[in-house]
Design a protein around this ligand. Structure first.
Ligand code: ZN
Length: 300
């Protein structure tokens, strides 16, 4: 009886010894196969998108993350061999046809809210990190929600931040009459160039609202590249220099594995695949999920 039990236990141990390595080999093989399948759908570069950094807590607003979390993420980048580069650096490298290094990360910030100067800029200085900031120039004044021109000049002159345009008033360009949209795309570049004394070659679509026509207008206005926010399925190529994919860093990035995943290059295609499997199209109607007051956009 005792002998039988002993033999059974031996058999059990042998089975476990075979099963565990077999499971690991199977898991690694399937994962490697899966990653090689999604590999061609990786975006041009790892471009992170932030909006607001709150002094205390991110709350429920998906566009705000906590200051401490942000500082932790920047510390992570600087300690783990990542190199933050301007978006324009990626664009120039991409044009040469050379591979963008995996350790390159582009930090982009939309809207230039006050907290960019108060919360983000000190952290960039502390770690010597670079960022690209997108501004809607006519929205800045006379509001106290946004950085002042003096602050923006200081930020630009630091050499740590490059500036791009984000529309003139931050209105969704697809909702404007084409001549109006065209004019606002052109003027957002001209006003920023005049106010900040620098060339503006990059554009970020307000609300991520774009279609083929708006994209052509951005190209024709002399911008070298543009970044999006939401990506209509199947409408634009994954590696489109006028709709570069960004990873929206929300509060979910507080889980370290999530932040690492966001930096892996696989976040965009895997998220896209999951949304597809769940039957969720992107974007949701821009007007429905991100309402704006479309009253009078007068331009003096
Ligand atoms: Zn915006």
């Amino acid at each position: 009886m005792r002998m039988n039990l002993f033999l059974q236990r031996q058999k059990h141990v042998r089975l476990v010894r075979i099963a565990i390595p077999a499971f690991i080999i199977l898991f690694v093989t399937i994962s490697a196969l899966f990653l090689s399948l999604v590999h061609p759908f990786r975006p041009i570069a790892n471009i992170l998108l932030y909006h607001s950094i709150a002094a205390q807590g991110g709350g429920t607003d998906p566009l705000i993350i906590d200051k401490k979390l942000f500082a932790r993420q920047m510390q992570y980048l600087s300690k783990h061999g990542y190199e933050t580069v301007f978006l324009s650096t990626v664009v120039q490298k991409h044009k040469t046809g050379k591979k963008i290094p995996d350790q390159w990360v582009v930090l982009t910030f939309d809207d230039s809210r006050k907290d960019f100067y108060d919360q983000v800029y000190p952290v960039l200085k502390e770690y010597g990190l670079k960022a690209t900031l997108f501004i809607s120039p006519r929205r800045l004044e006379p509001s106290d929600e946004f950085c002042t021109w003096a602050q923006l000049k200081e930020i630009k002159n630091s050499g740590l931040v490059e500036i791009g345009a984000h529309g003139l008033y931050h209105d969704p360009l697809t909702r404007l009459a084409p001549p109006e949209a065209k004019e606002r795309i052109r003027r957002s570049k001209a006003v920023l160039e005049e106010k900040l004394g620098t060339r503006i070659d990059l554009f970020a679509y307000p609300y991520g609202a774009l279609d083929g026509q708006v994209k052509e207008m951005v190209k024709a206005a002399g911008y070298e590249a543009a970044v999006g926010t939401v990506y209509p399925r199947g409408k634009f190529k994954i590696r489109d220099i006028y709709n570069m994919r960004r990873v929206h860093v929300s509060e979910i990035s507080r889980y370290p594995f999530m932040f690492r995943f966001m930096l892996s290059g696989y976040y965009v295609p895997i998220r896209g695949l999951l949304l597809r499997l769940m039957g969720i199209d992107t974007p949701r109607d821009v007007a429905a999920w991100n309402p704006w007051t479309n009253s009078v956009f007068s331009d003096e």
